[in-house]
Ligand binder design. Structure first.
Ligand code: LFR
Length: 476
């Protein structure tokens, strides 16, 4: 069988990875080439992503590949990141400042201001998108007087910004564009008429491309500099990380719900058409575009962010706790002693998360969790319970019977959370792959470069390529 390599660049809110996928004719074996931290940085009360540093790290990972591997096997490179955030380019093609991070406080109250200009019902009808305070539409409205939009010649979502740096091409990949709240969910084209009444320029939107599109070779200087063959192409994959993650869920069918578990937990089902009606709007479920014509009907649940932010706070207080220790302490803490709504607005922002969790419990007449174990247990119990609510609501909304919960992403390694999820959802959980997003990124490249015929074969390859762990619900 013909061997091949593909490289996935996968950058999440807390870390980035350059991952090699080796194809042996029947399976993809993943190998991490380079890993680097990511996180928001604060400047003058605002939160930004350091995309320049991320770009340096990406190039480092690619150089490392070129130095150590059989580069003639490399077919393509694909990138995915979190959604909604964007960079603006000036007339010279230079970035106008670092991109704002979606948790930036400038978005507070903006959705309500937009409500007065476009009815939320109409926005939902057109875009099928859940109302989240940081949808790109709201972010652009928040900065309509910043001076940046006037100077901009292009708006590029974060993966498209890297596409531009890699290839010189300016495009908007569809899966990520579907999270902006100005993409028509059914027609799958820009809904520019939603932006005009808000005073947001529409000439800055690049042409849409579908996932699986070959964007072309690396810029010649970059290709030479990295030491990669001229034949390597950049593929626009499902550049929204959640789209890539769902592409790699083994055995995903109409009886399965998935949870893409990382900083966020994206809890949903896969469909072939958007589901947009009053019940869907009231549930605030989103219809995000997936790869190969699929739709991700899902809800954002605040995920391991709660604990990541606690860990950061504890670190500031001089308590250096490893992730595994935090989870181990949660495992021995009393179960379901206090519960929070993980999606309460106060948990979205950066800050003193342990204090906010205690406040929430006090306000709601519950015992205040004090120890690391108690706080972590409260977060994990609350997440599992929220997953159950969302999955049951999705089953009712779609009329589908959901028998299995499939968890991919970093959180699929968290055995405690997986077991609590099985218990709360009263359904078996099948966990893995951990690097689901990178695998989905690579599988779309494998299709785009002619090694696999379609998504269903790609999911069979995913199942054959990775280990999975099963958790049965405990009754009681
Ligand atoms: C997950 C994710 C979610 C999106 C959030 C913000 O990493 O991409 O799907 O809602 O980040 O972009």
């Amino acid at each position: 069988a013909e061997r091949a390599h593909w490289i996935a660049i996968d950058i999440g809110a807390s870390s980035g990875r350059v991952i090699l996928g080796r194809w042996d004719g029947s399976r993809v074996v993943l190998e991490e080439l380079h890993r680097f931290p990511n996180g928001m940085i604060e400047r003058e009360g605002h939160l930004f992503w350091e995309v320049g540093r991320l770009w340096v790290e990406v190039q480092r990972g690619l150089q490392q590949y070129a130095a150590n591997e059989e580069v003639t096997l490399l077919r393509s490179i694909g990138i995915d990141t979190w959604a909604v955030d964007y960079g603006l380019l000036d007339a010279q093609g230079e970035l106008i400042g670092d991109p704002f991070a979606y948790r930036d406080p400038r978005n507070n109250g903006i959705a309500e201001q937009v409500d007065a200009l476009i009815s939320p019902t109409e926005l939902y009808q057109r875009t099928g998108l859940q109302r989240l305070p940081f949808n790109t539409l709201y972010q652009l409205y928040a900065e309509r007087h910043s001076g940046r939009l006037e100077r901009a010649t292009a708006l590029l979502l974060i993966p498209d910004l890297f596409h531009y740096w890699l290839t010189g091409q300016r495009v908007a990949e569809y899966t990520n564009a579907s999270t902006t709240m100005f993409l028509d969910a059914r027609q799958r084209v820009w809904a520019t008429d939603l932006l005009t009444p808000l005073g947001i320029p529409t000439h800055i939107l690049p042409p849409l491309v579908m996932p699986g599109t070959r964007l072309g070779p690396l810029r010649p200087e970059l290709q030479a500099d990295l030491g990669l063959p001229a034949s390597v192409t950049v593929v626009a994959v499902g550049t929204h990380d959640t789209a890539s993650a769902v592409a790699a869920v083994p055995h995903l069918d109409a009886q399965s719900a998935y949870i893409s578990s990382g900083t966020w937990s994206l809890v949903g089902v896969e469909r072939t058409e958007p589901l947009i009606n009053d019940a869907a709007r009231q549930l605030n479920v989103t219809n995000e575009g997936g790869v190969y014509g699929t739709i991700r009907l899902l809800k954002n649940v605040s995920g391991l962010w709660l604990l990541q932010e606690c860990q950061r706070r504890w670190h500031e207080d001089g308590l250096n706790l490893r992730w595994d220790d935090i989870v181990a302490q949660a495992a021995t803490a009393p179960p379901r002693r206090s519960l929070i709504d993980p999606d309460a607005p106060e948990f979205l922002a950066v800050g003193d998360m342990p204090a906010r969790i205690r406040d929430y419990c006090r306000r709601t007449g519950q015992p205040e969790p004090e120890t690391v174990g108690e706080i972590a247990r409260c977060c994990l119990d609350s997440l599992a319970l929220r997953y159950q609510q969302v999955i049951d609501a999705l089953a009712e909304l779609t009329g589908q019977t959901i028998t299995t919960v499939r968890i991919v992403g970093g959180g699929s390694q968290n055995a405690l959370l997986c077991q609590l999820t099985a218990d709360a959802c009263r359904r078996p959980v099948v966990a893995g792959p951990t690097e689901g997003t990178a695998l989905g990124n690579i599988l779309v490249q494998a299709i785009a470069t002619g090694y696999l015929p379609n998504l269903s074969t790609a999911r069979q390859v995913a199942a054959a390529s990775v280990g999975q762990q099963r958790y049965e619900p405990r009754v009681g």
